[in-house]
Every structure is written in structure tokens, then in C-alpha cells.
Design a protein. Structure first.
Length: 207
């Protein structure tokens, strides 16, 4: 598995990123918030952008739904890190439309670090169908199939015990118990994946 920093809310765990990836100051990050506008709650995306800049990173906005393929290719090539968020179903739809899923796999296999936030974390699972209660599958009418990027062998469940997702997360957990390897993380937790090793990290909540 490549280097993956998988979060529910990047802003809440950003303090741990230098420990994971080294000092990122001065490095560029391809910031892909594609389809986040279809979500009722998306404040964490703006918070994530601000957190990246607070770490001294140069944020390169990249809406893969609107950008030409040439621009997508150039931005991914020139960026040291890749951040992904949005609506899981729309995200996967747009990734497939422009072959971004294959581009990402290629860049990550070469050592680039991936920052997943919310949907950016979920889309790496083997399949995204189980996340339908949390998301809006109808927002991706052209999506054919729900197979994810399968860069991790388990199913993260983001925003666990975090409002406004408390009820829907419990619904997903109950529905998939004994069927899928569901692993929940709160907004103050993350999965750190390096050299094939998956660790669950927690940041202390501010008092």
C-alpha cells in the first residue's frame, strides 16, 4: 500500500501530518474537493484547505470535474502531495470519467503521499456501496458500478460519533456488522498507512 493519511476531518488532525510525512512547508499539494458542493455539510473542506496552508503548503486547486485532462495531468505531476475530498459517489464518477483513478494509483505507487478527507478516504475502499446512507448516490447519475480504488483492504467509516453523522454511522455499522471490515474513525482520529502497515492515530481534543 502507498503512503496514505486517511482522515474524517483533516483540520482536526493536521498537527500530526508532519510526523507522518515530514515537514511539508514549501511543498505543493493538489487540492481536489470535487463535488463537495452537493453535500449539505462541507465546512470541513474549507477548514482542510486552511489547515494545509497553515502548514506552509502551497494549495493548488484542482476540480477534476471541470478541469481539462491536460491540466489534471500537469497539476498531479507537479504536486508533492495529493488531497482528495467531496461526495464519494460524485468523486468516483469524475475520477473514472477522466481516468484520474488510474493517474492517482500511478502517482502513489511512485511515492507521493495521499491525504484523504471524508469521501477522499472512503473512495479508497474496495467498494463504496455501503456508504450510500451517508452520501447521496443520486448526485452521481452517470456512475457505473460502485467498485472503489481498493488501495486499502478495509472499509473506513468517517465522522464516527461526530455530528451530524452520529445516527447514520450507527446505521451503517449495524447493517454491515459481520459482513464487511468496517473500521470507524472520529474527526480526531485517522488511519496512517506506510509500507503496508495500517495504524490508527488519535489527536487530543482541544480543551
Amino acid at each position: 500500500m502507498p503512503n496514505l493519511f486517511l482522515t474524517s476531518s483533516f483540520a482536526d488532525v493536521a498537527a500530526l501530518f508532519p510526523e507522518f510525512a515530514g515537514n511539508p512547508a514549501g511543498r505543493s499539494v493538489a487540492f481536489i474537493p470535487t463535488a463537495s458542493m452537493v453535500k449539505a455539510y462541507r465546512g470541513y473542506v474549507d477548514d482542510g484547505r486552511h489547515a494545509l496552508r497553515s502548514l506552509g503548503m502551497a494549495v493548488e486547486e484542482l476540480d477534476i470535474a471541470a478541469a481539462p485532462v491536460e491540466h489534471i495531468v500537469r497539476t498531479l505531476q507537479q504536486s508533492g502531495y495529493i488531497y482528495v475530498s467531496g461526495n464519494t459517489f460524485c468523486l468516483l464518477q469524475e475520477m473514472r470519467r477522466k481516468n484520474v483513478d488510474c493517474m492517482l494509483v500511478g502517482h502513489l505507487s511512485q511515492g507521493k503521499t495521499y491525504i484523504g478527507e471524508s469521501a477522499g478516504t472512503l473512495v479508497l475502499s474496495p467498494d463504496i456501496a455501503c456508504y450510500a446512507p451517508m452520501e447521496n448516490p443520486a448526485a452521481a447519475p452517470e456512475l457505473k458500478g460502485t467498485k472503489g480504488l481498493a488501495l486499502i483492504p478495509f472499509y473506513p467509516l468517517v465522522h464516527y460519533r461526530s455530528e451530524p453523522f452520529v445516527e447514520v454511522c450507527e446505521k451503517i455499522m449495524a447493517a454491515q456488522q459481520g459482513r464487511l471490515d468496517i473500521r470507524p474513525i472520529t474527526n480526531h482520529e485517522l488511519f496512517a498507512v506506510r509500507s503496508g502497515v495500517v495504524e490508527k492515530w488519535t489527536v487530543a481534543k482541544a480543551v
